[in-house]
Write a protein that binds this ligand. Structure first.
Ligand code: PLP
Length: 402
């Protein structure tokens, strides 16, 4: 079983009724930052919030009439499940998406909202998958793998057809199980063979580099751990590996801090909401900056379904790193008006108080003193430096955590 350009073209024809155009855009900001010509392909704006609809819908539409009657099943707590639910509803067939009992309520609801059944089984992906396979054995439904399936890969490859028109020097593609990069690599090999294919993987789930090292599709022998849940498959697909091994130019492995920064950049500079996997190509481009300098590069922004609590944490980290959020602890004399004197100074220094905690009974705080913890909105690292200097000059003792 393999996938060729004809399969991808057939998928493209099938997908026409459901695909949303996600026009490739040049980013002046990212081009300046990377000293390259940077284009983005925003599949976070695709139907269901990711490119996954392409593979899922192509798989569903390629089923025989008999298979359609029995419906489809997937195991997924993420974008594949949502996409298959949407695709099955659009095609008028039934689907059951099996998710672990630990799946986020928002994802369960989103998948249900596309019109199909969600079944909660097991406490992790593997247990949900076993339950899904059992369901297929019992009902005759077709199991739809998220990446190790030729129709799914051909569907994902349709992004490659759209990208190939740009005649770029390189395209950076996020990699989980490898279905997306495999489809894109096949399309580009036929339509834009000079474009280098670069994979972006998460350091907490590095199955692509592990597979390349071993020369065979491999699984990670430790628990996966990354904020880019779309990339956290822990293993590379067999068919994706075969399709990419000779076509891959390079791989960049990016950690959660780099991914988080890329999510923030996309949000702040591009006004685009992306999930960790969705911003991984940008994180990889920042890492490969010297290699990409002066080149025309496309970043495949693959999805935007991020949990809002995670987004909140990413924003918090980003603000602290950029010096725009500063937590500081100072001791002051426990006397009337001391706190207002401190706050007046902070105000004069141009920082905005976001939260304040005043404690005089904590261990280690002298009788007659109070510990004040402030969370301040600041204007950057230099601003924090001048706040610290002024606090010290006015006699406040800064309690640094060490
Ligand atoms: C947003 C997003 N990007 C990238 C990927 C990786 O795709 P693949 O598993 O085909 O490599 C996924 C997979 O779920 C995803 O949801």
């Amino acid at each position: 079983m393999t996938v060729g350009i004809d399969d991808i073209e057939a998928a493209y024809r099938r997908l026409q009724p459901v695909l949303k155009p996600t026009p490739i855009q040049r980013s002046a900001t990212l081009s300046r930052m990377l000293e390259a010509e940077v284009l983005i392909k925003p599949e976070n704006l695709q139907k269901t919030g990711s490119f996954k609809i392409r593979g899922a819908y192509n798989r569903v539409m390629a089923l025989t009439a008999e298979q359609k009657r029995h419906g489809v099943v997937a195991a997924s707590a993420g974008n594949h499940g949502q996409a298959l639910s949407y695709a099955a509803t659009a095609a008028g067939i039934s689907a059951t998406i099996v998710m672990p009992e630990t799946a986020a309520i928002a994802k369960v609801e989103a998948t249900r909202a596309y019109g199909q059944t969600v079944m909660l089984r097991g406490v992790n992906y593997q247990q949900a998958r076993s339950a899904a396979e059992q369901l297929c054995a019992d009902t005759g439904a077709t199991f739809v793998d998220a990446y190790d399936d030729p129709f799914v890969i051909a569907g994902q490859g349709t992004v490659g057809l759209e990208i190939a028109r740009e005649d770029a020097d390189a395209v950076i593609v996020p990699v989980g199980g490898g279905g997306l990069i495999a489809g894109v690599a096949v399309a580009m090999a036929a339509r834009s063979p000079r474009t280098a294919i670069i994979g972006a993987e998460a350091a907490g789930s590095p199955q692509l580099s592990a597979s390349l090292r071993r020369g065979a599709p491999s699984a990670i022998d430790r628990p996966v751990d990354t904020i880019a849940d779309g990339l956290a498959t822990g293993r590379l697909g067999v068919l994706p590996f075969e399709l990419i091994r000779a076509r891959l130019h390079d791989v960049a492995t990016v950690d959660d801090f780099e991914i988080g920064e890329a999510v923030l950049l996309m949000l702040e500079r591009m006004k685009l909401l992306t999930e960790g996997a969705g911003a991984a190509a940008l994180a990889a481009a920042l890492k490969l900056k010297s290699q990409l300098k002066g080149r025309r590069v496309i970043l495949l922004i693959s999805g935007g379904n991020i949990d809002i609590n995670l987004l909140d944490r990413i924003i918090g980290h980003g603000l602290v790193k950029a010096g725009r959020l500063y937590r500081v602890c100072v001791t002051l004399a426990d006397r009337p008006a001391e706190l207002s004197r401190l706050l007046a100074l902070i105000g004069k220094l141009g920082a905005n108080v976001r939260a304040i905690d005043h404690d005089r009974t904590q261990r280690g705080v002298a009788i007659g003193a109070a510990l004040v913890e402030l969370e301040l909105e600041t204007r950057g690292i230099d601003h924090i430096g001048s706040i610290r200097a002024e606090l010290t000059r006015h006699g406040y003792k800064i309690e640094d955590e060490d």
